[in-house]
Structures are given as structure tokens and as C-alpha cells.
Design a protein around this ligand. Sequence first.
Ligand code: NAD
Length: 428
Amino acid sequence: MATQEIDRRPRPDRALSLYEDACRHVRAACRALGVAEGTAQYICRPQRFHEVSIPVRADDGRLLVFAGYRSQHSDALGPCKGGIRFHPAVEGDEVRALALWMTVKCALLGLPLGGAKGGVRCDPGALSGRELEALSRGYVRGLFAELGPDRDVPAPDVYTDARVMAWMLDEYERLAGGSVPGSITGKPLVLGGSALRDEATGRGCALMALSAMDRRGRPARAVRFAVQGFGNAGAATARILHQAGWRLVAASDSQGAVHADGGIDPADLLAFKARYGSAAGYPGAAALPPDEWLALDVDVLVPAALEGAIDEGAAARVRAAVIVEAANGPVTPDADELLFARGVDVVPDVLANAGGVAVSYFEWVQNRSGWYWAPGEVEARLRDLMLSTFDRVDAEQRRAGCTPRQAAYRLALGRLVEALRWRGVAGT
Ligand code: NAD
């Protein structure tokens, strides 16, 4: 887990604005769909929101207490599903926004799942392995009654990985008194994980990037791209696009950015990062000031770090033709509109990074049936799901003349509202 290079700077008011941004997209889609104001309000709020205090005995004997959150945004379409984030800047409103996006994502893909998200405000890089394990287990203990394969199924997100999921699964199963592999996804293979889950988000993003460039007509030269946030999602996207013949010209993480016009080999950069803890200082490329990645002469930008990376000011500087949102919420709503007006195609997060939850869904299905799929089967199902969803969003966008994000929200919320109507929550 890349815990050595965490951006610890406070991000004031970011969480609240993120939640407001998420609601703004929902309200706009509901208006376009003719959904009643009250239903739109209902959709903006999480069905349930939990906050727990997690005590952890530190290695030096002190008692540390962490704030943990779980927003169960909606179970109208099925059990809640969503990752858990460990980060110093985690806030309740950030978790609320991310949970709402999970509902939209699952609904857009047509999965029988609702949306949730969790987070713990902590600095994982400053915790020992034993402390991190105690924190992961404490999170599950605090929320045990709310979790489970038919209620709410967590998965990895920023600064959590298969190791954290293994601790969480083990704690859940101890408390449940039996084997319940479908209670957590993103587990190691040997504990019932799915083939390809670790690179599923990147695979999905790469498919979306390739489709978006195909739609525009590819340039004669190798497609040039830059990745902000060379972590799980960003590095896997880069590796797969590199294999497809694209050229990675810049990459960054929280400690810095590197740039090489002639191209960077993502596998080489990953090996460097694994050894030295960061992409910064990679000898095969020059250092780049932190915000310059977004103004580079590239065809595709892949923001794969955190929210709010491209605001209105940044959007005006973008030279790329396509932005693929590997991260959740990297383009602010105002920037989204400006980019649309400028003719830049933004593949929205709820589509671009949906490969992660798609394979989490496959993992949950495999766990429940006890029948495990070969990598080729997972790959083929992921490809079908992502490409058919891309085509549906593309068709809706062309039909309605709206942004791709609005097209995705309209398709997703149409399905959610239909379920709410049958349940008697939304008006007819
Ligand atoms: P990760 O922790 O593996 O990687 C995040 C990377 O971003 C790290 O390398 C970190 O250094 C970098 N970063 C942080 N702040 C930065 C900054 N200011 N500038 C540049 N880089 C910075 O996390 P991840 O799982 O890859 O998640 C990244 C994004 O993708 C998040 O928005 C997450 O919600 C989203 N996402 C992840 C998954 C998944 O399956 N992991 C699925 C869907 C969406």
C-alpha cells in the first residue's frame, strides 16, 4: 500500500462543496426527467448515515481514537455497495457525496446494488502495520450490525487495499461466526477475491479512454496521455493504455510530478515508486510543477487522485481533447460545463471508474454461488458491461445534447426513480 506519500494538507470546505456538487448533478438530472422536487430531495440525502469512534491502542501504549463514517445512500436497487477510504482529510460530507455517486454508478451499470461509502479520518502512513490492522478491525466492529452481503458490502478505496480488506473480512467472519466471503469485496484471491479485481478500475478506465478516442477519431500519432495520481486506479490505467500503444508523457502522485515527452514506461515507474515510495524523482523523466500536468500538450488527461483537481480556472488551461475521470469528482461542475462548451469530452467518473464496482459485483456473485470464474471470463464480462454502458451514455448524450455526465445521471436516476416508485417512495 502506498502509504509513504500521503498529501496531508487540509482541504477546507472541500467536503461540503463536494456534496453540494453531487446534489447539483442530481437535481439537474431530476429536472430533465420531470421528477418531482420532493423525490429529488430524497435522492440527495443518504438513507442512513453512521459515525463511529474507533479506539486503537498505539504501539507506545497511548489510546488513539479515530472518527469512522459509513454513508448508506440507497438500497432501493439492492444491498449498499462502496469503498472505504483512509485519509487525514476524510469528512462526513465527503463520504455522503461519494456514497451518492456509488448509487448513481451502480444504477447506471444496471447492477442489482445500491450505493454506500465509508471513510476513516487517519494518516495511514503514520500508523504501524499492527495499528492499521487494529483500526481496520475496529471499523468493522463499530459497524458490524450495518454490514453484510445483503445489507452493505465494503471494498477498497484511497489508501486501503486487499490487505485491509482481508483484516476486515476476518473480523466480520469472527463476529458472524462463520464464512461470509460476500461481506467484503477486493479481498485477496485466496480468501475468495475475484480475478482482476485489483486492476478492474484501471481496466475499465482504459476501455473508456480507448472508446472516447475512437469516438473522436484517433490522431495519426500514438495517443499521448497524462495521469494525475499514480496509485491503484491511475497506474493500472497507464499500464493498460501503454500496452495498447499509447504514450504516457506525465504522471504524478502526492509528492510530485514527472514529465518525459518521449514517454514513460508505467511498469518502470511503478517499480521505482515501489522502491522509493513516490513517482517524484523518477530518473527517466524531468520534474514537473504540480498543476502543470493538466495544461500539457496531450490528447487525454486521466485525473486519478482526489476530488476537485480540475476547477474552472484549470479547465481553461486544458489542451487535451478527452478527460477520463478515474478519480471520483475530479472535475468541478462549473469546469464540466466550461469543458463541454470548449468541446472537450469528459468521460464522467460514474462511468469511467465503474470497472471497480463492476468486478466487485462479479466477486460478490462468485462468493454467493461458490463458483469462481477464470480471468478471461471476468475480463470479457467487464468489457461487455463497460462498452455497452459507454454506448448507452453516448446515445443519450447525442439525443439530449447534454454533457456526458448529465446523460449518465439521467440514465441512472431514471432507473433509481422507477425502483422508488415501485417501493412507494416516489410519486407516480
Ligand atoms: P490510491 O491510494 O491507490 O492512489 C491515489 C494516488 O493519488 C496516490 O498515488 C496518491 O499519492 C495520489 N495523490 C493524492 N493526492 C494527490 C495530489 N494532490 N496530486 C497528485 N497525486 C495525488 O487510490 P485509488 O484507489 O487509486 O483511488 C484514486 C481515485 O480513484 C479516488 O478518487 C477513488 O475514489 C477512485 N476510485 C478508486 C477505485 C478503486 O477500485 N480503487 C474505484 C473507483 C474509483
